[in-house]
Write a protein that binds this ligand. Structure first.
Ligand code: SF4
Length: 323
């Protein structure tokens, strides 16, 4: 059993999707990809409780050596549907990867084209089926509220055999035109949540749903406030009170929080999950939280407050009122 949590960022993509504000870039050469991975291997070698390869598009790099340098109880790799290839999946499984998260984003072909994703919905379904033939623990990501996306019943994920689904509302950091109002996006998220729950996926965090036992242990560890090491350009990390961010080779920054700020940050993460917020350290928040509980947005059990389904829809307003 390993300990600690590792996140490795691969900041490369085939091309930039229309909505994406993540730290990634298109157009890296094969030499650049190879040099990048080789430079990371010595820094990641070890045994961990969880490891997570995110991006970007990790599989644009040759992952064999770097994945082989890591042992982890839960080892996740994010996969683009265009990367789902039998040889790659076998290599990942042989290297100890045991969880795949595939960014599907929409099941509407016109929306996928507008996003610049480079595949159709039926292609994504086949790609996921291939993933599931090798990995028991596999899930998908969707974006809720992309302009013009008519939406599709996410209950179809039961047929896909998805164990996990992350459904993120569009943040529109790239200034897309024709974006729906906050209310419309909220309505779409409500429908998506109901469809996923009807398919048996339990909402264990505002944007995350899983069959029982298939919650992402890496993300749960991060939300619980456990330490995690962030390696690679664009990666963030947390060790004790220190937060690190690597914004490129010459731009490594770190910040040390006060114990009070650290406690507030952990409380905020906790409220977003089914664990709820323990107010033992924050008795001053209880009056406001009791008000939200009276409105049916929270349930209280002694000093702990958990969001109800309605509360999940307005979590940001609740946090804004107390922090
Ligand atoms: S593939 Fe993922 S990380 Fe890359 S641009 Fe698209 S959404 Fe962003």
């Amino acid at each position: 059993m390993g300990s600690g949590n590792l996140y490795v960022h691969f900041p490369f993509c085939r091309r930039k999707c229309s909505y994406c504000a993540l730290y990634s870039r298109a157009g890296a050469s094969a030499e650049e990809l190879g040099a990048y991975v080789r430079s990371l291997v010595p820094h990641v070698r070890g045994k961990y409780a969880t490891a997570y390869f995110g991006g970007g598009t990790p599989a644009l790099c040759d992952l064999k050596e770097i994945a082989g340098a890591i042992e982890a109880d839960e080892f996740t790799v994010e996969l683009h549907p265009l990367d789902a290839d039998a040889d790659l999946l076998s290599m990942l499984a042989d290297a100890g990867v045991n969880r795949i998260s595939m960014g599907v984003q929409s099941l509407d072909d016109r929306t996928l084209e507008a996003m610049g994703r480079g595949y159709t919905a039926s292609f994504a379904a086949k790609a996921f089926s291939l993933v599931r033939s090798r990995f028991e623990n596999a899930g998908v990501d969707f974006i809720v509220g992309y302009p013009g996306d008519p939406g599709t019943d996410l209950g179809v994920l039961r047929e896909w055999g998805a164990r996990h689904c992350s459904a993120y509302t569009l943040q529109n950091e790239r200034g897309l035109k024709g974006v729906a109002s906050d209310e419309e996006i909220l309505d779409k998220m409500k429908s998506a949540a109901a469809e996923l729950e009807a398919a048996g996926l339990v909402r264990y965090e505002i944007s995350n749903f899983a069959l029982p036992g298939f919650e992402c242990r890496h993300n749960m560890a991060v939300w619980r406030g456990e330490d995690y090491i962030g390696i690679g350009e664009g990666a963030c990390g947390r060790v004790g009170l220190v937060r690190t961010r690597n914004a490129g080779t010459s731009k490594f920054t770190s910040e040390t929080l006060t114990p009070e700020r650290d406690a507030v940050e952990r409380a905020i993460f906790s409220l977003r999950t089914r664990m709820g917020l323990d107010t033992e350290r924050f008795p001053q928040w209880r009056k406001s939280l009791d008000g939200f509980a009276a409105e049916g947005l929270l349930v209280r059990e002694r000093a702990r407050y958990c969001l109800t389904t309605r509360g999940m829809e307005v979590c940001d307003s609740i946090l804004a009122a107390i922090v």
